[in-house]
Design a protein around this ligand. Structure first.
Ligand code: KG4
Ligand code: ZN
Length: 339
């Protein structure tokens, strides 16, 4: 069995996965959303302190599995430095005390493996990763070769939902709030610009759209005595979500048109968005692709996906030294093979 730990942002999570059967034997996650909600986003120092309490609490429940553990896996990049370190400290300690190997896991690769929890992997695969930190299209050729084909030049999809909700005073995380509001709204009322619509670039950009939403929020508030009406909130949410969808689809089409890989997946926290999922289901049918998604409970950060990735790493004996494992890089990787 492998014990896996996730603490790259605001979710403290630990899982136990059986190596041979891929069975998820234990999985628990303590989310900090409520504690960060009043700030409209994650406060790293607060997140780190909450991990320091939550991770040992979850670990207590896994003690019965300790004698059967063959390795410890932990997310070591990318993420918030101070929160990654909480998981890494625990993982190092366990690996040294139990005298078993340590596996470092790239968070985005773990999101890709969220598709394969308790399942065989489907590779080669094209992946749209939309999370709070990243927006990328990744070509997964095999376990060691995951190429970034397109990436966001500024904000990520999840982040843009979070900021949009914050601007309207709606709380955090913004994704589910905006999606729910948008369901009741008129998506054609506001003509927000679809980012990079006339650009040949195969890349993403969400900051201009965010700014257009900000201007509309200001304008609509002024005309209503300083606050938005519920109808304005719903229509802004729907029009914003539509522009995000059109942007993602437009750039994805360019890749679909020349890419032979038939299997396509959407992963990451924002892949829980059913409006975006439905749009991609139609696109996949048009381009003859098979679409895959993870169960909704595994879209956002969790240790089950870290454990599933770690099974593959364990089979390859892809271990790291507890003395040298650290946060490899906190800088966003813009191109090339996922490191
Ligand atoms: O993958 P994740 O849990 O964390 C990162 O790796 O960043 O993604 C969290 C992000 C948040 O920005 C959240 O607002 C967004 O995923 N999200 C959504 C939805 N559910 C979560 N975005 C759009 N629609 C949703 N339904
Ligand atoms: Zn994530």
């Amino acid at each position: 069995m492998i014990l896996s730990i996730e603490s790259s942002c605001d979710d403290s999570s630990i899982a136990i996965t059986e190596i041979e059967t891929k069975k998820l034997l234990f999985h628990k996650k303590i989310s900090q959303e409520a504690e960060h909600a009043c700030y409209g986003g994650v406060v790293p120092e607060l997140a780190s302190r909450l991990h320091a309490v939550a991770l040992p609490e979850i670990l207590q429940e896994t003690k019965a599995y300790f004698p059967q553990l063959k390795a410890i896996a932990v997310t070591n990049q990318p993420g918030l430095g101070v929160t990654l370190l909480e998981g890494i400290a625990m993982a190092k300690t366990l690996a040294v005390l139990l005298e078993i190997p340590l596996i470092s896991v790239h968070h985005l690769k773990a999101h890709i493996y969220s598709l394969f929890i308790e399942k065989e992997s489907i590779i080669p695969l094209l992946v749209l990763l939309i999370s709070g930190g990243h927006t990328q299209i990744i070509r997964v050729e095999h376990f060691e070769k995951m190429e970034i084909m397109a990436t966001s030049m500024d904000d990520s999809v999840g982040e843009s939902f979070d900021k949009c909700a914050k601007m309207m005073g709606l709380g955090y995380p913004g994704g589910p709030i905006i999606e729910a509001l948008a369901r009741e709204g008129d998506e054609d009322r506001f003509d927000f610009p679809v980012p990079l619509r006339n650009s040949p670039l195969i890349a993403f950009s969400l900051s201009g759209l965010k700014n257009a939403v900000r201007l509309q929020v200001e304008k609509s508030s002024v005309s209503n005595g300083g606050t938005l009406t519920p109808k304005d909130q719903r229509d802004i949410a729907a029009s914003f979500q539509k522009a995000v969808k059109l942007h993602l689809l437009q750039k994805s089409k360019k890749i679909f048109a020349k890419e032979k890989i038939r299997d396509f997946a959407i992963v990451g926290g924002a892949s829980a968005n059913l409006y975006i999922r439905e749009a991609y289901e139609i696109l996949c049918r048009q381009y003859g692709k098979r679409m895959h998604t993870a169960p909704l409970k595994y879209c956002s950060d969790n240790a089950a996906m870290v454990g599933r990735y770690a099974i593959e790493a364990y089979k390859r004996k892809d271990f790291v030294d507890p003395d040298t494992i650290d946060i490899i890089s906190t800088k966003k990787q813009q191109s090339g093979t996922l490191l």
